[in-house]
Structures are given as C-alpha cells and as structure tokens.
Ligand binder design. Structure first.
Ligand SMILES: Nc1ncnc2c1ncn2[C@@H]1O[C@H](COP(=O)(O)OP(=O)(O)O)[C@@H](O)[C@H]1O
Ligand SMILES: [Mg+2]
Length: 362
C-alpha cells in the first residue's frame, strides 16, 4: 500500500529513508530521527486510528520498554500521523539492521543454521520473554514467530530481540489468519479452539515452533490438518533431520510443542532452564542430514529466495567504503544487509561487523 514516501519528513522529526517490510496490519520504514539517528517506524494500516487507540495497542510494548531488556525491542515514541488519505497510528523503535530471524534463517540457503547459533538465539528470546512472563499479570506476546524476532550483530556478538509485544491482542483474529500460511504455523493449537486460551504456555509453543524451524527447515505442523488437540500425529523429531540435534533436544522441543498447554513448559523461564541444561552430543553422522527431503526446504516454506550474491557483493563494497571514511555504524548496517543476500560471507565478515560496532576499523 506504501503509506509513506521515502524522502518525506514526518512531524518535523522523522525523515523517511526507505520501506523495510510489512505484515498483516502495519508497514515498517527505516527513518532518521532529527537528533537521535536511525530508528524503525511502524505505521498501522488501519485508518482513522486515534491516539488513544494507538496507545492502547502499544500499552504492553511501552511497559516492557520501560523495564528495558537487551532481548526486547525498545519503543521510543507513539503518536498519530496525517497522511494524504487518512490518520494512522504509528510508533518508533530501535532499528535492527539485520532484520528478522526469518531473513537470518533464509540467508543460510540450503544449509541449516548451526545448532549452536539457533540455541543461542532462542535462549535470548526466552530471556526477553521471561521478563514479560514474570510481570503480574504476565504479559503474553501472542504472536511469536520468526518475523517478530529481530537479529543483529552487536559489539558482543549476535543479539536477538523480541518485537511487537501484545500487538496481536487488539487485532481482529481474521486479519491475522489472513496472513501467510507460515504465520499460522506458529500459532499454538489452542488458538484455534478457544479465544481465551492465551497463556504463557501459548508463547512457549510458538518459541518451540520457531526453534523447530531453525533446527529442521520444516514447520512442526501443517496448519489445517494438525491443529486440534485430538489430532495426535507426533512431530518428526529434529534429530531425524539435523545430525547435530540429539534425543535431549528432541525431548525439549517435543515438550514445548505438546498439543496440551498443561503438559508444556509453563513459561519462557522453564523452557530456558531446560535449554540451558542441554549439552550437545556429537555422535550422529552427516549422512543423516536432511533425510526428510533433498529439496531446498526453506523455499518450500517461504516460496521466495532472498539470496542475491551480485547485490551482496555491491553491499560489501559500499560497506567497506563507508568504513574507510569512518562511518562505522553505517558500514556495519550495510554489511548486515549483505549477509542477508549472500549467506556464504556471514562467517567471513561477522567479526569485522562486531569490530565496527565497537568503533574500531582495521
Ligand atoms: N525494528 C525493526 N528493525 C528492522 N526491521 C524491522 C523492524 N521491525 C520490523 N522489521 C521488519 O519489517 C517486517 C514487517 O514487520 P511487521 O509489520 O511487524 O510484520 P510481521 O512481523 O508480521 O512480518 C518484519 O518482518 C521485519 O523484517
Ligand atoms: Mg512484526
């Protein structure tokens, strides 16, 4: 729909740099705040949203921003904007140049994301959600999925941040279901049965489904067929697809994905504890890799190939130029874009991005 135009100035404060992406109910833009630099601005598609509606929708996200946690996206500002056609609610938040976990995962192409990396990221997600689940009453995310986990390189390494807390709550469930089939796959079975079935254990299921996708390049359940509590089709264990997963990890994933919420980990903290106790045992052989299918299964899930090594090379070049002229933050942001285009360069350049983020060039 493109609600905002690149180059335009909003409320005398934000310069729109470019469109980043969109979901079922909002568009996201990279903007430059007059004084504070780069931020991400999310504008709701729904028209005639009042400032009260906007604040209501953002209540939990703002509350969590106030608590402040490295694994939760920080919200800076919320207000309404007049566009040519109508009035829209918007908010601004940290801009995470690497983008979503879905992009990060896609950028690995036909290779699986290394298990240690997947575990590191999912544990960080659990840490962020633990803060939310520990509130009284607990704050439930309701829409955990790879698109709502943002991933970027910080000075101290890869960082995952959970975004869009509670936003799904006030959105018409039909709008949400109307999005891609992939999105539905991250909804726990009870979401299809009972509107009031939301609990911390629902978030646990969604984290489990996200971990399952990272480990196997498959979704744990096909949305239509497997979504009722009665359907008892067991999941294909991650260790069958991924040689670096083992029975211990199988048990954790299976428990997180139990169809019955009462039999799952109760909240993110319990899941985190289990994940922290897991130690990899490398006893399986590479021959078992991708037993389930030999096709590039990321394509089977997403239908798009984000890779573009020509564009990747261009981006590396501009990143290096930016670094040479001392613009290290922009250099790092640009290199992270390059990672999403050419998976093979991630290993080679990620250390450099970390240095740039620490303010060091080489
Ligand atoms: N703070 C941010 N920094 C960078 N990219 C973002 C940010 N927030 C969202 N995005 C990107 O914009 C896309 C659209 O976001 P969103 O409207 O929340 O839809 P969805 O989560 O359903 O994909 C995300 O998938 C992500 O790639
Ligand atoms: Mg989102």
């Amino acid at each position: 729909m493109a609600l905002l135009e690149p180059g335009s100035l909003l409320r005398d404060t934000y310069e729109v740099e470019r469109f980043i992406g969109e979901g079922a109910f909002a568009e996201v833009y990279r903007v430059k705040h007059r004084f504070l630099g780069r931020q991400a601005l999310k504008i709701f598609k729904q028209s005639e949203m009042s400032i009260e509606d906007t604040h209501d929708m953002l209540g939990e996200a703002i509350l969590l921003s106030r608590i402040g946690h490295p694994n939760i996206v920080r919200v800076f500002d919320a207000n309404v904007l007049e566009t040519q056609r109508s009035q829209h609610g918007y908010f601004t938040m940290e801009h995470v140049p690497g983008g979503s976990l879905r992009k990060f995962w896609q950028s690995h192409g036909e290779a699986l994301v290394p298990v240690a990396t997947s575990l590191d990221l999912i544990k960080q997600v659990c840490r962020g959600l633990t803060v939310a689940h520990s509130e009284k009453p607990p704050i439930i995310h309701r829409d955990i999925k790879p698109d709502n986990i943002l991933v970027g390189y910080e000075a101290d390494g890869l960082r995952a941040r959970v975004s869009d807390f509670g936003l799904a709550k006030s959105v018409n469930p039909l709008t949400l279901l109307a999005t891609t089939a992939g999105t539905v796959s991250f909804k726990p079975p009870e979401a299809f049965l009972d509107k009031k079935g939301d609990s911390c254990a629902s978030d646990v299921w969604a984290i489990g489904a996200t971990l399952y996708m990272l480990l196997t390049d498959h979704l744990p359940a096909s949305p239509a067929a497997d979504m009722t509590l009665n359907a008892r089709k067991p999941i294909v264990l991650p260790s069958r697809t991924n040689p670096d997963a083992d029975s211990g990890l199988d048990r954790i994933v299976t428990k997180a994905l139990n169809k019955n919420p009462a039999l799952r980990y109760r909240d993110a903290r319990e899941l985190l504890e289990a994940l922290e106790q897991w130690r990899p045992v490398y006893e399986t052989s590479q021959i078992r890799r991708k037993i389930l299918s030999s096709e590039p299964s990321k394509l089977a899930i997403d239908g798009v190939d984000a890779r573009d090594s020509g564009r990747g090379r261009q981006l590396i070049k501009s990143a290096e130029e930016l670094a040479r002229s001392g613009r290290l933050t922009e250099a790092a942001d640009t290199m992270e874009e390059a990672f999403n285009k050419s998976p093979e360069i991630r290993d080679k350049y990620s250390e450099r991005v970390r240095l740039w983020r620490r303010g060091m060039s080489m």
